[in-house]
Design a protein around this ligand. Structure first.
Ligand SMILES: Cc1ncc(COP(=O)(O)O)c(C=O)c1O
Length: 482
């Protein structure tokens, strides 16, 4: 392909994506609205795309930038003298490493466990799966959606290597009672991780502006590690999170070295070995360009937008906010006359992406909204779209899962769901194209409604089959597309 053809094709491919900027995508992406900072981030990506953090002595620039970002995160999160940390590729990697380090610090525990509130991010379950740490999931308070400290304390036993809490949780945007849980963990001699992946770079600024949030940083005794993602509220390009540890000793088991082979001695601080310098440099650029005052202004902008959003939602019929948000994200609940999945389709048809969250135990399905600074000035427009979408969803009535489809799904065994069974379900659901391929509808409400009634293990199996079907080279065609 010629350079022009390559670029044209890339633009064409990208045109099907959700917009990353403009403030109308309320999940997955974060937009500061600061074009200059974005441009600096892109310049830094370009400058360091081929640099390799595999060897910090060969690329001292990357080591310096990493230490600078860890220091900045430490200042924000009240880290004490002697703290340390690492830059990782994202929230999930930070959480994986916190769990792995906790497990490996306790060679004396044969069957390690970690205690999690039921609202803990799914990344902890991934860590449990990868590292064979048994998750002990404790119900949250059904009204506040916050972790129940007494129940979490009671769940700690001799096998526990880690206790985790969120600041705030992704699903409801509320901060767990960190002090109580961390105290219980400390009393048992167990590590306590605060997952501030989504809140860590904005909550401290909201608090400076007067927000009342119970203590959740290293200012709380017993907190041993905190994860904070820069690719969220530090508004950097994707691929950067920081994992902080209270002491260097706590971090040590996270490191890996291997000398017993004929090549270079592998020495890694995080999961990756060869590690692009691009996201790190971009984060360094953006963090320094926006600066402390800049982040405070952005936080203030989001806080104003959020207040207006909450008030606007509460003034509308059929929808409400699940829990008063502690940070900058919230969940919307609708009544039974207004189907949430139809609501999300209607919002998308009006140019707004909001993220459906399935029912969980006694909690109904909700819509997740993460507010970026760039969304704040658009809140009045958002509220108009919401009002129209609610009216349209109420007029459309609830989405019914066809009984034959519900029955076909109920017959599936998640443990043995194979290609043939998945194809059969696609046929019954009307999601099979003429050639048997997947034909997703424009509107997702019916698919979401089906997934919503599937028990989690079946939902996982269906989505894994779906992912497997999507990510096959034949579906993508030739490199040039087509
Ligand atoms: C609280 C929390 N933890 C962890 C993660 C996982 O982060 P990532 O998607 O960067 O792996 C997220 C992502 O939204 C989050 O909100």
């Amino acid at each position: 392909m010629t350079p022009d053809e390559v670029l044209d094709r890339l633009h064409e491919l990208q045109s099907a994506d959700l917009p990353t900027h403009g403030g109308r995508t309320l999940a997955y992406v974060y937009d500061s609205g600061l074009a200059e900072a974005d441009e600096l981030g892109r310049r830094a990506l370009e400058m360091f795309a081929s640099s390799n953090a595999l060897d910090p002595t060969a690329f001292p620039s990357l080591l310096r930038m990493e230490n600078d970002l860890v220091a900045a995160a430490g200042r924000l999160l009240d880290a004490p003298d002697g703290f340390t940390g690492s830059v990782t590729s994202g929230g999930t990697e930070s959480i994986l490493l916190a769990v792995q380090a906790a497990r490996d610090s306790r060679g004396d525990v044969e069957r390690p466990r970690m205690v999690l509130p039921s609202t803990a991010h799914a990344a902890f379950q991934k860590a449990a799966h990868y590292f064979r740490v048994e998750p002990v999931v404790v119900d949250v308070d059904p009204h506040t959606f916050r972790a129940d400290p007494a129940a979490m304390a009671a769940a700690i036993d001799a096998h526990t290597v880690l206790v985790a809490v969120s600041a705030p949780s992704y699903a409801h945007g509320v901060v767990d009672p960190v002090a109580e849980v961390a105290a219980a963990a400390a009393a048992a001699g167990v590590r306590c991780h605060v997952d501030a992946c989504i809140g860590g770079w904005v909550l401290p600024y909201l608090q400076r502006l007067g927000a009342q949030v119970p203590a959740w940083t290293f200012a709380v005794d017993g907190v041993t590690s905190i994860s904070v993602d820069l690719h969220k509220y530090a508004y950097t390009p994707k691929g950067v999170s920081v994992l902080l540890h209270r002491t260097a000793d706590l971090r040590r088991p996270q490191f890996f070295a291997w000398a017993d082979w004929p090549g270079y001695t592998m020495l890694n601080s995080t999961t990756q070995s060869t590690k692009s310098g691009a996201p790190l440099a971009a984060a360094w650029a953006v963090v320094n360009a926006i600066g402390d005052d800049g982040y405070e202004r952005l936080a203030s902008q989001v806080a104003d937008g959020l207040r207006e959003l909450v008030e606007g939602v509460e003034a509308q019929p059929h929808v409400r906010v699940a829990a008063a948000p502690d940070s900058t994200l919230l969940a919307l609940v609708s009544d039974e006359t207004c189907d949430v999945f139809t609501l999300s389709d209607e919002m998308l048809a009006r140019g707004w992406f909001v993220q459906p969250q399935m029912a969980f135990r006694d909690m109904p399905p909700t819509l997740h909204l993460t507010l970026s600074a760039a969304t704040a000035p658009l809140v009045p427009e958002f509220l108009v779209a919401l009002e129209e979408s609610v009216a349209a969803a109420v007029a459309a009535g609830p989405v019914q899962v066809a009984p034959e489809l519900a029955q076909a799904a109920a017959m599936l065994d998640p443990a043995t769901l194979d290609d043939a069974a998945f194809d059969g379900l696609l046929q019954v659901a009307g999601l099979a194209g003429d050639d048997g391929s997947l034909a997703l509808p424009q509107r997702m409400a019916s698919v979401n409604a089906l997934l919503n009634i599937a028990p989690p293990p079946l939902r996982e199996a269906l989505l894994l089959a779906f992912l497997d079907r999507l990510s096959r080279p034949t579906a993508a065609g030739s490199p040039a597309g087509g």
